[in-house]
Design a protein around this ligand. Structure first.
Ligand code: AMP
Length: 212
């Protein structure tokens, strides 16, 4: 089963994808995480992507598409995957459609209001070591500022600062939202409310979609 998680930044795609992959034995592929890993390892891709990311802009299609295509042909992806944060433009979706041996079974569209996105992202903290995601009030770690899973100090992503968040929302509406129509036309799209107070309630809604 190959899925796409679509929706604005802060909709909870990453957190929900983590739970769904664990349950269904899928691989989570987050292009944002792949870029952050490349930046950490000081690769050429990381060097090219960093300035765009810090401004809350999209990394150019050619870079993202090549990186994603190289990832989905890896053996661990052959049992199924969730694309979290890809595609984000129509050319990316077309490139995915044109990739041989890749069939998308469903596109889950997470629906959430802008002000809730800003509240969620500005409070988000991530673990730079193991990738765990927290929120200062919604998902607080047991010890303030410390990762529950590995004990590393939590950080705020540069693009989770207010100005970059606003820009990411503008970019989302202009470049990514057209994908809703793209996938609806192909009968692949399912809307899921992403503003339910309990994450597990959202996960259960996604789960129900997958057994249909
Ligand atoms: P994310 O972790 O998914 O919010 O992604 C963080 C940042 O990485 C985005 O704001 C973009 O700058 C970049 N990025 C991630 N995925 C893509 C993509 N599919 N296309 C272009 N840029 C991306």
């Amino acid at each position: 089963m190959n899925l796409i998680f679509l929706g604005p930044p802060g909709a909870g795609k990453g957190t929900i994808a983590k739970k769904i992959t664990e349950k269904h034995g899928l691989i989570q592929i987050s292009t944002g995480d792949l870029f952050r890993e490349n930046i950490k390892n000081q690769t050429e891709i990381g060097r090219q992507a960093k300035a765009y990311m810090d401004r809350g802009e999209l990394v150019p299609d050619s870079i993202v598409i090549d990186m994603l295509k190289a990832r989905i042909v890896q053996p661990d992806c052959q049992g199924g995957f969730i694309l979290d944060g890809f595609p984000r433009t129509i050319p990316q979706a077309e490139a995915l459609e044109g990739a041989s041996n890749v069939r998308i079974d469903k596109v889950v569209n997470f629906v959430i209001a802008d002000d809730l996105v800003v509240q969620r992202l500005s409070g988000r903290r991530i673990c730079p070591k193991c990738g765990a995601i927290f929120h200062v009030t919604n998902i607080p770690p047991k010890r303030s500022g410390i990762c529950d899973k590995c004990g590393a100090a939590l950080i705020q992503r540069d693009d989770d600062k207010e100005e970059a968040i606003r820009n990411r929302l503008v970019v989302y509406k202009k470049q990514t939202e057209p994908l809703i129509g793209f996938y609806r036309k192909r009968n692949l799209l399912a809307d899921i409310p992403a503003d339910l107070p309990q994450i597990d309630a959202i996960v259960a809604r996604v789960d129900r979609l997958l057994v249909k």
